[in-house]
Design a protein. Sequence first.
Length: 81
Amino acid sequence: MSDPNRATPADYKAIFDDDRRGQAIFDQLYLKFATKVFVPGGLEGDRQTCYNAGARDVIEFITRQINRANGVMDPNQNEEN
């Protein structure tokens, strides 16, 4: 069953790709959260690596939605991702 309030790939494109304000927000999010994932250093490094991976995944999700709206499908991802 589909959620009528769920954002579509076209919504992500309209906000983050078509609107200059959305582009500026995405650029800022990218600079802050799409950092190098791996951090050496034992347990603390592992924790930071996990945090970085989670933060980066949000940026990658938004990018996948924009790509999907532009007709670019990632064969390694299912419809939900």
